[in-house]
Ligand binder design. Sequence first.
Ligand code: ADP
Ligand code: MG
Length: 595
Amino acid sequence: MKNINILDSNTIDKIAAGEVVERPSAVVKELVENSIDANADAVTIEIKDGGISFIRITDNGEGIDRSQVKKAFMRHATSKIKSVEDLISVTSLGFRGEALSSISAVGKVEFLTKTKTDFIGTRYVVEGGRECVFEDAGIPDGTTIIVRDLFFNVPARKKFLKSPSSEGNNITELIEHMILSHPNISFKYIYNGNVKLQSSGKNDIKSCIYNVYGRDIANGLIEVKSIRDDISIHGFIGKPELARATRNFEIYFVNNRFIKSTLIDRALEEAYKDYLMLHKYPTVFLYFEIPSHLIDVNVHPTKREIRFFEGEALKCYIVDVIKNALINKELIKEIVEEHHEKPSVKESEINKEPFETINHIIESSYNNYYSSEIEKEDESTDINDKNEQLTLFDDKFISEESIKKHRTIGQLFNTYWLIEFENKLFIVDQHAAHEKVNYERLIKKLRNNENCSQNIYPPIVVSLSNAEAQYVTKYNDNFLNVGFTIEHFGGLDYTISTVPMELLSQNPADYFHEMLDELMEGKNSKETETVNLKIATMACKASVKGNMHLSVFEADKLISELLTLENPYNCPHGRPTIISFSKYEIEKMFKRIVN
Ligand code: ADP
Ligand code: MG
């Protein structure tokens, strides 16, 4: 193992300062990071009562040499950096040398460790900063740390903790991110005596995603892989159907460290902009490899944030990679019969875990030893291959060649067009298709500064509410940009004398109020382009509400035009325009295929 040094004051001053252990999840984070830094490939995390009464981390890593164990618990003791210069190139997860000292100051810590070269291991007990025991321990290679009664000697801190279940949830989320950030490590997470999460350590990101987030998410992913200059991006991005109401599923790692970055969030959201409804956020699992000279990890005490030195370039790169992945993939939501459940871990598997029995022994007496190896758990939850295949869209439904081979069957419920192509039934929502096609045409003209409007004669008179009238006055220029000429006619009456060309077939009186309602509901923006786009979106949405009768010929034309768009899969609000059923699924529903 490497030597542990005490950092000099100059280096200490340069390290982002702040509290490392304010709650149980922070303790778990520091300790699991230590296991990872010690090159462990199997790590078990066990907690009870949200980590407040009990935390155990066991790894099969390098361990600490007997002669260095006490040193590791001193403040600013670390084997990971020696001087300020090392901060620039640091690749380990930890480097502040504070976790063990801070944790043992506020909890009852029992530390068991053995290196390969040590003949016998060491057991060290420190409670509230007081050394209690230092002795031999017959243990396997690696390290176990147990933290009991966190903040037992700092009641003010203890009061500050949330409920055990809420603290436990934070830990669970942390472990989920750990599993994803290190797919090469086999993790086992035991929560109040039950195995809650487990990963194989076989370096298969998709199976990690499956284990943590389940089948629906694992099946809705598109793989991305790209290298530009010295930076690489790989991983999986979710199809638009996996969109969420929060940013919690914008999950990414920089050099295997889970971080949050507004720069990356913004890049992701920009790339998905045309695919998602307002206030919806994408699901992604992305891994960035960035050379250490382009980032600074020393900006946040728990290293949750990092600084990018060439942020704008990185942002553009991310947008490019994701947009390309979304464009090149058919994003038609496929309906797959639901009947597979996420496999749950059996109670009996817990008993196989060697340290469970050890805990038991340690709980009852400090002087018992154990010897047993942590074994890599066998992957018990591989992805179901057949379902996997079903969600891959190999058929190129939208290519020019295939459009000729589409067979339009007819219209259903005055709204949906049924199309047969190869081994699939596609269903196109006529309203969503119309809205999308109109919107794209309108936006194209707006972007090219072309004239968007068409006169209507005689002008239509609409009576507005006070709020509507105010809105129309305030954004009159924007309405004009998009193609609506609206003029005051007396009182609360206004005339509409031109409308966007795309909406000519509709009577503006039928959709104008609804459009204004929707517009006023959203956030007000001052930016001209944002307001224009909003007006265009709402206008297209509101104008296609009525049941429009289309002939088969007109429907074919509409659908063909839809399929030429860069993103034909979602209406401007992110609703899908096309869904599909495979022949296989249909035959399965009719029990022609049984399995
Ligand atoms: P840091 O991780 O910032 O170096 P810590 O206080 O977390 O500081 O740990 C101090 C030192 O103890 C580490 O630098 C490492 O050498 C050693 N150490 C801690 N945990 C482990 C572990 N699980 N396995 C091996 N060595 C460890
Ligand atoms: Mg550490």
